[in-house]
Design a protein around this ligand. Sequence first.
Ligand code: UDP
Ligand code: MG
Length: 316
Amino acid sequence: MINKVVYSVIVPLYNEEIVIEESYKILKKVMDCTNENYEIVFVNDGSKDKTKEKAEKICKNDEKIKLINFSRNFGHQAAITAGMDLSLGDAVVVIDADLQDPPEVILKMIEKWKEGYEVVYRKRTKREGETFFKKFTAKMYYRLLKSITSVDVPVDTGDFRLIDRKVCDALIALPEKNRYVRGLVSWVGYKQTCVEFSREERFAGETKYPLKKMIKLAFDGITSLSYKPLVIAGYFGGLAFLIGIILMGITIEKGVLNKTELMNFGMIISITLMMFGVTLGCMGIMGQYIGRIFDESKGRPIYIIDSTTNYAYERK
Ligand code: UDP
Ligand code: MG
């Protein structure tokens, strides 16, 4: 009889050839401490280096390790989603490959899970080895997100968390394409708690989150949880209209009294530019939502699997 899988550890991988072996070793050591059956699900998100070969080698020697290879790079959130879709555990842990989040914390998360919590996330008390820009923008972003959503998204948490099978199934049932998994975990609810610890430097290699991907993720977070930006865009329109009316009043009054010319060329240009800025900015915000509606309407899958290893029904 096949042993029931109690824990699934999902590890998204994008060009992680220099960290994958160390990650595997440490994760295995930690998970062996549980004395329960587990699986580690490596999701290779279209890596261009030797990540796939190295992962396959690990899988060959250890059948607890499973591998999902995407047909191309679909992004971190898609990789996490695939890991959840194919996971079997009663509890599912998501952790980055770079060991920035100490894997030992998983044991603490498991303790909390056994106490009856269905979501255990971690709060970063300190972040090491990241640029001031990244730390600052992340801090501001989490606070902005919290202030504009009605969902209680905990601040300063990444995707490193443990979720119960119930939560995992609820997430799998959500069909949206541009996923912001940590926000969706808050959205589904259930009994949630946190463990605190600091975030270390990347074990090796460099961040796979360039600014472009970070901005995309930030917009996914906001648009999937709130439509307040659209409301604010409307307010801007109202404000611009009001300023226009006031300026018109002043101009007419000055004209009637035949005093100095208020509406000189520079003034007209600057007001026009300002209004264009507001209009295009608001259109940009609308574009963020419309683009995502378009993505949903196309109904394409979140990711495409090219091959798998160590699954009962392997795809080659
Ligand atoms: N990652 C991924 N696909 C991507 C980008 C990143 O699967 O397109 C993975 C990456 O391999 C790592 C995790 O997502 O395991 C987090 O990435 P990273 O550590 O580079 O992000 P940071 O910690 O710098 O925000
Ligand atoms: Mg990292």
